[in-house]
Design a protein around this ligand. Sequence first.
Ligand SMILES: *Cc1c(COP(=O)(O)O)cnc(C)c1O
Length: 365
Amino acid sequence: MSVTAQPAALLTVDLGALVANWRDLAARVAPAACAAVVKADGYGLGAVAVARALARAGCRDFFVARLSEGLAVRDAVPESCRVTVLDGLMTGEAEIYRRRGLTPCLNDPGQVAMWSQAAARAGEKLPAALHFDTGMSRLGLSPADAASLLADTAALDGIELVTVMSHLVSSEVPDDPINAAQLAAFRGWRAAFPAVRASFANSSGIFLGAPYHFDLARPGCALYGVNPLPGKPNPMRGVATLEARILQVREIEPPQTVGYGASWRANRRTKVATVACGYADGWLRTLSGKGTAWIDGKPLPYLGRVSMDLITLDASDAPAAVPGRMVELMGPNAPVDAVADAAGTIGYEILVRLGQRFARAYIEP
Ligand SMILES: *Cc1c(COP(=O)(O)O)cnc(C)c1O
């Protein structure tokens, strides 16, 4: 991605903060190991840059959702790192996984059979993760499929099981009884594979305590600064800052309106700053009339609708708001979770929607 001298909008990714977050989580789960979930292009921040920085910091396990994401991350990290693809093994993909040294999640008996046959054809043992569904009803072996697999472990011939795993439904709600129920179910399945490392906790799951840690934690959002403890102080460091340039400033008088649909009307003399970011940049339109930008520590409430390319801000109390200056849309003053609250969504969605139109800068650790 090229960075022009004066970008209209700039996403800055602090890889030092990312690495600090990974080390923090790794310390919380020790002696268990700590992986990194880098699906969805590293939660929108750039999977290659993220995975490289974390591999240098000592991370040895990476999880992605799609095979295509796995291929990109495979090329970015040393061969000694394991890259596991959560989607599962689909027909025709076994050779790609084998040749590129990717580890598939096996999510149903058909996938187990395909991988076992691929191992027989290749005359080698092939690594896999086995995913047990303990309540999500989304991916992974159903309890019935898991029971039949345990009754016929010959189905796993040729497969080197490196991870058994499951995924929590409500880990960000510590007192939800489904957490303990899933824990009990997962303990049951993993008991059949005592020599295989077990992986259970996502970011919030890490904070449920040691019984949830097993051998390998799989945090995603917390690495990128999203609060794994909603409603409590965020123990993680912010990683992404989004700034956009002020293109024009004007004064308007009542009863003038601002933006499409005339959804905001001045009831006093108002200084309006128009900035170069919009929903075409992945910046959610639901922030219309709800978001707050910042300049020199002063809040700039969003006025009217977020449009494709532009946001209009109330800069009446911000003398620093002049054309050419950058405003902060997300960063130290506007943490990702606060932006998400204003947009009516979760921090994950704010990050993964970040677009490709603005410039990106990476601060190396
Ligand atoms: C996305 C995902 C994670 C990471 O979850 P976070 O809540 O972002 O930490 C872990 N495991 C699985 C299976 C996932 O799909």
